[in-house]
Every structure is written in C-alpha cells, then in structure tokens.
Design a protein around this ligand. Structure first.
Ligand SMILES: Cc1ncc(COP(=O)(O)O)c(C=O)c1O
Length: 399
C-alpha cells in the first residue's frame, strides 16, 4: 500500500485533442449555441438512439424545461424519489408544483415502483424516475403505472450515460430524459445538460423554450436565405442555451463514448471481484438485462444491519450503523481514499422537511441510503495503482 497516495472521488479525464477542441469555436468566433451544439446533439442521438437531443445549460434546466414543455404548472403534483439530488424536486417547486416523495429500493437505490400508485391523486401529472449512479430505474413498471393514470414520465438521467435496459439507452424510455455534464459525470462540459425525446412536438417546444421562445435558432437563421431578419417569438421562453465552447468539448468526448463506458465497467468489475467476499459491503449490481453506466460506485455499508433496522423501524440500530459508516469514511480519508454518501435524501433536507412537515423515517429506505451509503472512487482515467490502493484500504477494514 502506498501511504502517500491520494485518490479523489472523481477526476475529469480529457485527452489533448478534447482540450484542443475548445479552441475551434474560439478561433472561428462562433461562441454561443451554433454548429458545435448541433454536432454534439447529433452525436448524443447517435449514441443513445434518441430521435431528438436538445443541449441546455444543465440537467436541472433540462428537467425544468421538460416539465414546462409538457404543460406542468402551479398546483400540479409530481412523484419524485426521496433519495436523489435535490434538483429533481426543486424543478417541481420552481414551477409552482407539489413534490410527492416516494421511497426507494435499497438494492438499486432507485424509486420503488411498488409504492407509486398509492401516491397518485387527481392532481398528479408526472413521475420523475431517477436512474441513479448509472443504473436504470424499473421503467417497465413505471411506464405501466404512468399509462394507467395518464401521467408524464420525465427521466432524470443526470447519471445515466451508458445505462441501458434490454439494449435501450435511458432517456429514450419516458416522454423526455435529462442528462448532466457536471464534471463528476462520464461526459463533461463543465456545466451542461442534454434533453432527449422521441416526440417531435415536444422537441420543437423545448428548442424554443431554451432560446427565448424563438421560432428559429440563430444557426437556422444564418444558414437560411434571409439571415438578416430576426425570428418570431411565439412564446416567452428562457435563455438556457449551451455555448459552442462547451459543446465542442462534449462532441469531442463522444468520439470515445463507447470506450468510456467500457472502461468504467471494467473498473467496476475489478471492484466487484475484490469485494465479493465482504458481507459488510453491498456493491452495486445490475439486474439481468440492465447495462450499468457506473457514473459512480455506490455501496451500502453493513447491509444486513441496515435492512433489519429498516424492517423493524429500529432508529437506534440505524444510527449506530450511520456512526460506524462516518467513522469509516474518516478513516478512508486519512488513508488517502475520498468517499461520499452516494447522494442525499431530499425529504431530510431542511427546505423539504419544513415545508412538507416530513420526518426521516417516513421514507425508511431513503433515510437508510442517506445515512449508510458510501460511494468509492471510480472514474475513467483512474490508474491501476490508484484502484489497487482503494481496494487495499477498503479490505484492510476489520469486519
Ligand atoms: C440525480 C441528479 N439529478 C440532477 C442533477 C443535477 O445536474 P446538473 O448539475 O447538471 O444540473 C444531478 C447532479 O449531480 C443528479 O445527480
């Protein structure tokens, strides 16, 4: 074990050509949404199989615009998993809607479809399943519920790059899907997002909404017969356009999209093999027919004790595991291994807790995931000795 080694939770990995690609728009002078955004969108559609890809400023704005484009508005309810990044819920709030939390399944960390139907009311308009950490939610069950109740399905695929179900990429399974290009994601543009949809009308509305409501983009105008005339604006849209600098970086990375997914899967396979005999650590697993994208490597600490505590409602036991997990995270940090809780339980964050008068134990699996999950470092470009260091340090913990 190398004592001085320090392994980050994630590290952006860009080739010299990818870094160079950003200079192209700088040299051409076309900096805002233009030819590079179009190229990135086309590459994204080719990789995911989505008929339409619409680049935006972040996954969060993608989620917001998706709900807005579908017609979600004040007083409407949306079902959101309690364990996700806060923005899945925030966009519902921003549109004047009401967030209805659903509990998750501790095996996948994704929304548990078994709990969804009981949450549906006459005001429910949408379900926002999240494909956490690169593993698709149970879209077959979720889509069946949505169809029965005439609901929109907006996939939060922020972490979903490379995640598939029966060979179909996430983001093509609901009405829209939204991806993130934050640096902890497999493809990064610094900040940035992509909306995918197979519905041409929704795609057209999204393109307008991201661009001040304009009926025609600047690129279309410049390539058309009368570039000197401004477009009409049939609605009051937003400015959520991605820049061509960001898109150049994204498009350049898409040339090695398949190898990025393969590399991340190989890293996960190595962890799986190294930790297979540790009964105190649940490692991520893709059910048959699911392809994992491994945006991260989320584990559950002391899974037996956690499940028992969840089943019996034993808060003391859960808290004891939580304390041991925190102590272990600290020990890992001291040995140069950065970790994080996999994500947070949104119903436990003070805004949602106070507004909706929620208690942590109302969503016991989400609470347990919040308190007892741990993500280990995984990123393409990770060196073999870095991964070995993580393996050695993890395995050195006494059970
Ligand atoms: C599940 C989930 N949803 C939404 C987001 C927000 O993405 P962005 O930072 O691109 O807005 C994230 C970011 O980590 C996420 O993990």
């Amino acid at each position: 074990m190398t004592a001085a080694m320090s392994v980050p939770i994630a590290r952006a990995s860009l080739t010299p050509q990818e870094i160079e690609s950003v200079l192209e728009p700088l040299r051409s002078g076309w900096l805002v949404q233009g030819p590079k955004v179009r190229e990135f969108e086309q590459a994204w559609s080719a990789f995911t199989g989505a008929e339409h890809s619409i680049a935006v400023t972040s996954c969060t704005t993608g989620l917001y615009l998706s709900l807005a484009a579908l017609g979600f508005g004040p007083g409407d309810e949306a079902i959101v998993p309690a364990f996700t990044w806060i923005s899945t819920a925030n966009v519902v709030e921003h549109l004047g809607g009401r967030v209805v939390f659903a509990d998750i399944d501790l095996a996948s960390f994704n929304i548990d479809p078994a709990g969804i139907e009981a949450l549906i009311t006459p005001r429910t308009k949408a379900i926002l399943p999240v494909h956490l950490f690169g593993l698709a939610a149970d879209m077959e069950a979720i889509n069946a519920i949505a169809q029965r109740h005439d609901l929109w399905v907006v996939e939060d695929a922020a972490c979903g790059f490379g995640a598939t179900v029966q060979g179909r990429h996430v983001g093509t399974l609901g009405h829209t899907g939204c991806f993130s290009f934050h640096p902890r994601k497999a493809i990064t543009t610094g900040e940035g997002g992509m909306i995918t949809t197979n519905d041409a009308n929704v795609a057209e509305r999204l393109r307008r909404l991201r661009d001040h409501g304009a009926a025609m983009s600047d690129l279309q105008r410049h390539l058309g017969p009368r570039p000197f005339l401004l477009a009409d604006h049939p609605e009051a849209g937003y400015n959520q356009r991605m820049t061509d600098l960001q898109a150049a970086l994204g498009a350049a990375q898409m040339h090695r999209a398949a190898s990025i997914v393969a590399e991340r899967r190989a890293l996960a396979d190595r962890y799986d093999a190294a930790f297979a005999d540790l009964d105190w650590l649940q490692t991520p697993e893709a059910p048959p027919g699911y392809g994992h994208g491994y945006q991260s490597y989320p584990c559950l600490f002391e899974p037996e004790q956690v499940r028992q505590a969840v089943m019996t409602g034993d808060q003391q036991q859960l808290n004891a595991v939580h304390e041991r997990r925190n102590a272990w995270m600290e020990a890992l940090q001291l040995q140069g291994v950065s970790t994080r809780p996999a994500t947070h339980a949104v119903h436990m964050l003070s805004y949602y807790r106070d507004k909706y008068q929620l208690r942590p134990e109302q969503f016991p699996a989400a609470q347990a995931a919040n308190d007892c999950s741990i993500s280990l470092p995984l990123f393409h470009g990770m060196h073999a000795d870095e991964q070995q260091h993580v393996i050695d340090v993890v395995r050195s913990r006494l059970a």
